[in-house]
Design a protein around this ligand. Structure first.
Ligand code: ATP
Length: 803
């Protein structure tokens, strides 16, 4: 670009910055004025309204003025909110008003429009000319989708075609032009180079300036019920998901709010990692949760729950223990749709027989026996569905409790309790009685007058007996209080023996088949049954049983659904079972689903393949309602790292590295663990000196992380930070972390603590190893004190350097 053009760009930038500043100055008094007005109206709200309800007209008048006042107030508040949002947007634009520009001539039009694109729109004072277009406007998609030449974009009114004459990118900091790139084929490789060359951060950054075409398609897809993205490690799946949230919030701003969108993250630390992207884009954060959080919410009061990390620890470390194979079969089976159908079959069977109820107990005695509840349950007409029947039983139980509560007032314990009441309870009853006494006195006077008028005496009636009434009321109060928890637990369906119902499924194969309409069982079923029942007996639940248990509970009690949520996003989607997907679909009946994942990183036994026609996920909403996307370009790591990691995976050939140079991965074989610790201490120091501020020493398991942490600290490494599944936030520094917790995040440098066959040998550990290595952005170092894992041995030696 010549200096003349550069000057023109800087002049335009100055112009826009000037207008932004002016607008900010102009907005400020208006905002505070509106804020004060709204506060004032709120304060004086009732002064303006005369409340008079004596006649219908007065009432109407009052109602009308209140409504009017409310309308004025909310109008002021809305205007204030709108201007405040504008003010915030202007301030966000100010340091860097735009990052891109396209010059577009619409077909059949004489003029070429210069479209500048930034994180928010900025319209000139005339209200018509866009000085900056929001990156989410239809026109801005030109920037992401086309090189100069013929181009088109979709609008609500149809497709607009034309010619893109220029495509330009800017790096602007503090209102100054730092770089300008004229790009041709893709969105400026140069700019992307620069962005990707930067260091890792404790928080993810937005990518709006460099969204790639294939990512843009995912971000803007707005017609599928189900959107599935299979993408290589580092291909921008999480990034695409977050920008997609921002896009949806913008496009549907009139009817979609951030709390109607839920993101399921792999772990709480990941939540903190991604939590700043949307605020950076000027949007509120969506709801963020983990599947485990949901399970805990519903089950933690009944069971000690295993979480997915405990489960993976078992899978990785307990191969030698008895029953391992059966547990693995169990994990597979309990994740499947076949098991879900078996449970459905079971729920139909329960309508005929086999329901289990707990006794309702009160003060160490059985008040309503489970057997009696069961009899009641089966006394209803056989056409009534399971959940409706349970509702009827519940209603009956509540009536029974009312009856029993009355009876209970005569019990001797009530008399005893009466002696121990405190003065407050007496005072309450005393007040109640006084009210009653008033009514009694009135009735008494009325009866006397009646006598005189009719000259006849009424039949003898006892007088109001204060003491007797007092005692009666007090007993009633005592029993009522004691029955409250019973009522509550009936309302919460505690009379159903859910644990027994789930456990009964695991009696033996013949019974299971009978109860589930002849469901097939996996191999080693008897052992699976034993393990499951034993665990349940200890009031514990395997991770693989948690969702099925909850599902069965809902089949019996009625489904819980959330109809507010409109979009759910599932990151690391390969780690969810089909069972969990079915469950989520049912839980959020009005939501669309976006699933992002990588089967190459499927480290859990119950993984689901996301891509291709054989992905079972397609069946969830059906083919017509599902769109699939494949991302093969990997942006996170340098080319040499991607070349190395892709060769670890069968089928990894398809992964395309983004062309960023760097050192090949280093392989360091050390004599013993102490030497390795010393070497790692030195390497950490060297990496920090090179400018790496975020480094991870990755191990296979949690136990190994602890061991590595201790050995490395003893070997001279400083300021290490041991990460466990309970670490709530992700921070910069040097971390020691098990591979499965490093999912989704990235580091400047990654050190694989033990790349020997002792750690990574079985085929099932390949993906875990791949996941660990693909966390590296700029440097990857692998250590062993013996042999190399077979996965490394199979890599072409030209792809790494032996140190
Ligand atoms: N278009 C882009 N422009 C700039 N940076 C990008 C782009 N796409 C991805 N990146 C960067 O690449 C890195 C990886 O992105 P992200 O974490 O979204 O990938 P992912 O597919 O979710 O990875 P993984 O499956 O390995 O967790 C991030 O640093 C992200 O900022």
């Amino acid at each position: 670009m010549d200096s003349n053009e550069w000057r023109q760009e800087q002049q335009r930038l100055d112009l826009v910055v000037g207008k932004l500043e002016a607008r900010i100055v102009e907005l400020e008094p208006k905002i505070s004025q509106l804020r004060e007005q709204a506060a004032d109206i709120r304060k004086r709200f009732w002064d303006e309204v005369t409340v008079n309800t004596s006649t219908d007209e007065d009432f109407e008048e009052t109602f009308f003025t209140i409504n009017q006042q409310t309308a004025v107030l909310s109008e002021r508040e809305r205007s204030h909110g709108r201007l405040l949002q504008q003010w915030k947007n202007m301030n966000r634009l100010l340091p860097s008003p735009y990052f891109g520009r396209v010059d577009f001539q619409e077909e059949g039009q004489g003029i070429t429009e210069q479209v500048y694109i930034g994180v928010s729109s900025f319209v000139d004072a005339d209200g018509l000319s866009f000085l900056v277009y929001d990156w989410r406007t239809p026109m801005a998609s030109l920037y992401y989708d086309y090189p100069p030449g013929e181009a088109a974009f979709e609008t609500p009114g149809g497709r607009i075609t034309g010619t893109m004459k220029l495509k330009r990118q800017y790096q602007i900091r503090d209102g100054h032009l730092h770089n300008v790139f004229d790009s041709s084929i893709t969105i400026g490789d140069q700019l992307l180079q620069q962005v990707l060359g930067q260091g890792a951060d404790a928080q993810m950054k937005s990518i709006v300036g460099t969204i790639q075409k294939e990512q843009n398609a995912i971000i803007r897809n707005d017609n599928s019920q189900m959107l599935i993205v299979q993408g290589a490690a580092g291909s921008g799946k999480t990034s695409a998901a977050l920008q997609r949230v921002a896009y949806l919030l913008y496009k549907h701003r009139e009817r979609l709010t951030a709390d109607q969108i839920v993101l399921f993250s792999p772990n709480p630390m990941f939540n903190s990692y991604v939590s700043t992207v949307l605020p950076e884009l000027g949007e509120e954060n969506m709801q963020q949760t983990t599947f485990q959080e949901y399970l805990d919410n519903w089950l933690a009061s009944t069971f000690r729950l295993e979480d997915p990390f405990d489960q993976i620890e078992y899978v990785l470390t307990e191969q030698q223990t008895l029953g391992y194979e059966a547990r693995m079969n169990g994990i597979q089976y309990k994740a499947s749709k076949a098991y879900l159908q078996a449970l459905r079959g079971y729920s139909l069977w329960l309508v005929k027989e086999g329901m289990r109820f707990d006794d309702i107990r009160f003060r160490d005695r059985v008040l309503i026996p489970g057997e009696q509840i069961k009899e009641k349950f089966y006394s209803y007409d056989s056409s009534i569905r399971l959940t409706n029947r349970i509702a009827l039983v519940q209603k009956w139980l509540l009536q029974e409790l009312t009856r029993l509560e009355k009876e209970e007032q005569e019990a001797s314990w009530v008399q005893e309790e009466l002696n121990y009441l405190d003065s407050e309870q007496y005072a309450e009853v005393f007040n109640m009685l006084h009210k009653e006494q008033g009514v009694f006195d009135f009735a008494e006077k009325y009866a006397r007058i009646y006598e005189i008028l009719h000259n006849q005496r009424r039949p003898d009636e006892s007088d109001f007996d204060f003491a007797e009434r007092e005692e009666e009321l007090l007993s009633r109060m005592i029993v009522k209080e004691e029955f409250k928890p019973l009522r509550r637990s009936v309302k919460q369906f505690s009379f159903i023996d859910m644990v027994g119902l789930y456990s009964q499924l695991f009696r033996d194969e013949a019974a299971y088949r009978e109860m589930t309409n002849e469901a097939e069982v996996p191999e080693l079923w008897a052992e699976i049954c034993r393990q499951t029942q034993e665990k349940l007996g200890r009031k514990e639940l395997y991770y693989e049983d948690a969702t099925p248990y909850l599902y069965l509970k809902e089949l019996v009690e009625g489904a819980r659904t959330n109809t507010q949520v409109r979009h759910i996003f599932i990151d690391e989607g390969q780690d969810y079972s089909m069972f969990q997907y079915e469950f989520l679909k049912r839980l959020f009946p009005r939501a669309r689903m976006t699933v992002l994942g990588d089967f190459g990183q499927a480290i859990f036994t119950q993984a689901t393949n996301l891509h291709g026609m054989d992905s079972p996920l397609i069946q969830l909403y059906g083919e017509a309602a599902t769109s699939q996307f494949l991302l093969i370009r990997s942006y996170r790591s340098t080319r040499p790292i991607v070349e190395f990691t892709k060769s670890l995976l069968p089928g990894g050939d398809a992964i395309v590295p983004f062309d960023r140079s760097g050192r090949k991965p280093s392989l360091l074989k050390m004599e013993c663990s102490e030497k390795r610790a010393e070497r790692i201490a030195a390497d950490l120091a060297a990496l920090q000196a090179e400018g790496c501020t975020s480094i991870a020493v990755i191990t296979k398991t949690a136990a190994e992380s602890r061991e590595a942490y201790e050995t490395l600290t003893a070997g001279g490494s400083k300021e290490l930070w041991l990460i466990t599944k309970n670490t709530p936030t992700f921070e910069k520094g040097t971390l020691v972390i098990p591979a499965y917790l490093a999912k989704g995040v990235e580091f400047d440098a990654v050190l694989i603590y033990d790349a020997s066959p002792q750690s990574f040998d079985r085929e099932s550990e390949r993906k875990l190893f791949y996941t660990a290595c693909t966390r590296a952005m700029h440097r990857l170092l692998l250590y062993t004190t013996g042999e190399w894992t077979p996965f490394v041995q199979a890599v072409d030696p030209s792809l790494y350097e032996l140190v």
